[in-house]
Design a protein around this ligand. Sequence first.
Ligand code: GDP
Length: 583
Amino acid sequence: SVSAVEESEEENFLRSPICCVMGHVDAGKTKLLDCIRGTNVQKGEAGGITQQIGATYLPAENIQERIKELKAADDKHMKVPGLLLIDTPGHEPFTKLRSRGSGLCDIAVLVVDIMDGLKPQTIESLNLLKSRNTEFIVALNKVDRLNGWKPCPNAPIIKAMKQQSQDVKNEFNMRVVQIVTQFKEQGINTKLNVNENKRMRETYSIVPISAKSGEDIPDLLSLMVYWTQKSMTEKLTYSNEVQCTVLEVKYVEGLGTTIDVILVNGVLRRGDQIVVCGNHGTPIVTRIQSLLTPEPMKELRVKGKYQHHSEIRATQAIKITSPQGFEHAIAGTALYVVGPDDDLEEVKEAAMEDMMKSVLVNNNKNGSSSTAGDGGVCAQASTLSSLEAMLEFLKAQEVNIPVRGIGIGPIQKKDVRKASVMLEKKILAFDVKVTPEAQKLADELGVKIFVGDIIHEVIKAYMQNLKEEKEKELAAVDEEAVFPCVLKILPNCVFNKKDPIIVGVKVLQGIVKVGTPLCIPQRDFVVIGRIESIENNHKRVDMANKGKEVCIKIVGTNPNQQQVMFGRHFNIEDELVSHISIG
Ligand code: GDP
């Protein structure tokens, strides 16, 4: 039936890939973006390109028109409806994205200046791309700067290359080899994309371009489109489930505080109930009042004029307004639509959880040496930005306090409960209030809360407490009942004669335990020290029973005391016995 056909078509419907441009400062990112979106616009033939909110949309027809000279274009079918280019060059589209797994960018263009090669920021970008598993194409920019280059505007590189002198060709080849080597040093295989690169996933393509004179921009566009639609079919298959990311929170005269979003999948409608992460620990629940996109490109664009929509389908960049505004919305987080079957409270929780988890993951990822193990404190602050500042402080080398959980806003019972199930039941709170109920619960559950308006003071109080606890712990060990034991020193097993004494012994009586003080009854009960560790067959153990042969390490207990030495103060015949202090 007709509807079945429609459905199957719907299934195979691809959305537009989202692309961002990265690279070292001055590599030509801005120029490239201008070049991609601008050429036709300047000639007064916008060719369907639309300027979006923080992005530019290139429809398939426009791309097809621009790549028609390429041989590859003849026998290929463009399946994606277009390409959405994020307008902000650099790291921002990445680093701003806090929501988990937010692979907002489907593909990146990494711009490298052919005259400069890889620079620190190129490597930074590379690492970011690697850590997010984002595919990318290397745009080797400024080929027009090669000495003696003859400009061939918009020509494919093969064609442009044919026009060049042997000297230019030589310089070009030499520089490409250098840059491929530099990439290899970063663990990345690259290859010049002259004859289609069929092994794209293992070998990244290098497309030589000039953002100034436009050489090979068609190849770059074509690669972006064909490669994404071929290798990311699943990811790019349109889904009705709303996937939407807040790119920016902006105050606009007459509209209030708006959010600019990228709708990756699904449909947004005017009147939809939505949930957005809030900076004060509480999510913003509101309705979409208006869905706005800029007016289509005209020669004279009136700034600040928008088209209103009743609904918009992905992939698009949109400005959203709401009745109460989005004053405390957080850029980089996901926007959730509350559907008819959804429980609002669950959506609210999911939105905040998602954001918090990603803040924590990001924090640990960029962390220094602090491996928390099972330990770690809870950190809580008034706003997301103050929380992030606090996390930075805790991460600092001199401080290095591992963080296990985080929270925003006043400390409530739920925060205490969360901390109570952790190994270290401690909350470090900066610039927040503790509700009386939360404090009461904390006292009951043994959760310690360190509050303050100055991060340093909070940290100081925590450190002080940690020191006190350590001292108490040591004192407790002293008071612990000593297990009686009698040990015989084994022949040829004295590995170290004085502090620390390391000897092999056989347990004649009782149990030998770490921490046990030992003395020599035959020599006036002289205390030789305390057992610091026990090894059985080269494995550390806490104790050993009667009959076992183990190696023990004995450290002196009192630094003021005279050091007891094997061979001088005792010898092989002497039995070592647990020292039970009286009083
Ligand atoms: P960004 O910092 O990466 O955004 O770099 P820009 O796009 O601002 O470019 C830095 C400088 O390089 C500017 O002066 C550009 O005009 C110039 N530039 C960019 N692309 C090219 C190119 O392909 N050829 C030449 N000759 N200059 C370029």
